[in-house]
Design a binder for this molecule. Structure first.
Ligand code: ZN
Length: 156
């Protein structure tokens, strides 16, 4: 087992056990919901935007360890970032999972999120890892509450 794989398992287990920012935020905040029907993962995201930056962020939900750990690490990664920086990170994370870019292990900004590059080997789990990030992107869009599904824009 490679060092990255070991680190990956450790981080997933740790964040699943003690998820960061695992709580709602008081209204009014932006709120978005994500659902991954393949695995049954659900997430509700609360985003407090101030002057174009993510002042605070929290999430609730239930799902597999990967989806929960990814959501936990996502909230840590984007807190304090501007909307544009956060959107760039969403895109980078997606590209890493789909192997469109090399694994950015030496990237300071990306940091620990690189452990998720291992998920790319398991296509069925990519949607689990991506769910929180899709939901973040939807939440950052201009108009109101959003419901996203990893199966496209269809609502069930
Ligand atoms: Zn899952």
């Amino acid at each position: 087992m490679s060092v990255v794989n070991e680190l990956y398992q450790e981080m997933i287990l740790e964040h699943n056990k003690r998820p960061r920012n695992f709580h709602p935020l008081p209204e009014p905040v932006k709120k978005s919901e994500g659902y991954n029907p393949l695995c049954g993962d659900r997430i509700t995201l609360y985003i407090d935007l101030e002057n174009g930056a993510i002042k605070d962020i929290g999430f609730q939900g239930s799902g597999c360890a990967i989806s929960k750990a990814s959501a936990s690490m996502m909230t840590v990664a984007v807190k304090g970032k501007t909307k544009l920086e956060a959107e760039a990170l969403v895109e980078k994370f997606r590209k890493m999972l789909s192997r469109e870019i090399d694994q950015p292990f030496d990237d300071r900004e990306f940091g620990k999120l690189a452990v998720f590059s291992g998920v790319g080997e398991f296509p069925a789990r990519i949607k689990c890892a991506n769910l929180a990030w899709h939901t973040l992107r939807a939440g950052l869009e201009e108009n109101g509450a959003k419901v996203v599904s990893t199966e496209g824009e269809t609502k069930e």
